[in-house]
Design a protein around this ligand. Structure first.
Ligand SMILES: [Zn+2]
Ligand SMILES: [Zn+2]
Length: 226
């Protein structure tokens, strides 16, 4: 529900991570009773992405303002760009960013969320790197994107196999979790898609490198900490 979002965080500007941004902006705008710019925090370059997204929406904004008599403002965002350091702090929650390695996509960042009673790290897309190890050290949960290299390697299409060199495999994500000493590894952003019945395969690949709790992070999954 975009109207209820307090802030949007982006780890990087790859299209699979930003393709719905325009709809979040639009839905929040048309549903808001008052002008309510969407706060967006992301790596350097986020302001440009937001500016171009708003420009792309120009036609739609015109249609909707012509149609809704009380909608007399344009959609907007307030952007905070961060590469390394504090990304957000309020109400007892502190979020720290650190660079990751997803080259040639750069800059890319991970977030460490410090909240009362829980610390969660969102790795985003990255290969194993020292800065992520340090950011994730001792966290309760590491949420990490992962790909099945054993499956992707077999696809007879170089364009798809190209993704192998800038993502972590399930085993690499699990090894990062082990080095960082987190309690729980949550895998997400499955490539190829995790098919029903394959859950144990994914868990087993991670368990070979990580002895903590392993969760498959489907959308809207809730887990408890402690
Ligand atoms: Zn990416
Ligand atoms: Zn991605």
């Amino acid at each position: 529900m975009p109207l209820l979002l307090e802030r949007l965080f982006l780890t990087h500007l790859h299209s699979d991570h930003t393709t719905d941004l325009n709809d979040v902006i639009t839905t929040r705008w048309v549903m808001s009773p008052v002008d309510s710019p969407l706060p967006v925090t992301g790596p350097p370059g986020t302001q440009g992405l937001v500016d171009r997204t708003l420009a792309m929406l120009t036609d739609d904004v015109g249609y909707r303002r012509a149609h809704h008599a009380d909608l007399d403002w344009d959609p907007g965002c307030t952007v905070t760009e961060v590469l390394d350091g504090v990304a957000f702090e309020a109400d007892g929650v502190r979020i720290v960013a650190a660079p990751t390695d997803h080259r040639p996509v750069e800059p890319t960042i991970a977030f460490r969320i410090h909240a009362p009673g829980a610390t969660v790290v969102l790795a985003g897309d990255t290969v194993p790197c020292t800065s992520l190890d340090e950011l994730a050290s001792g966290a309760d949960i590491l949420v990490h994107t992962a790909i099945r290299k054993d499956l992707v390697e077999q696809v007879p299409a170089q364009r798809l196999r190209d993704i192998l060199d800038y993502h972590s495999s399930v085993q690499q994500a699990a090894a990062t979790a082990a080095r960082a000493g987190v309690d729980t590894l949550m895998l997400t952003h499955y490539v190829p898609p995790l098919l029903p019945g394959q859950e144990d395969q994914w868990r087993a690949l991670a368990a070979a490198e990580f002895s903590g709790r392993i969760e498959l992070g489907d959308d809207l999954l809730k887990v408890s900490v402690g």
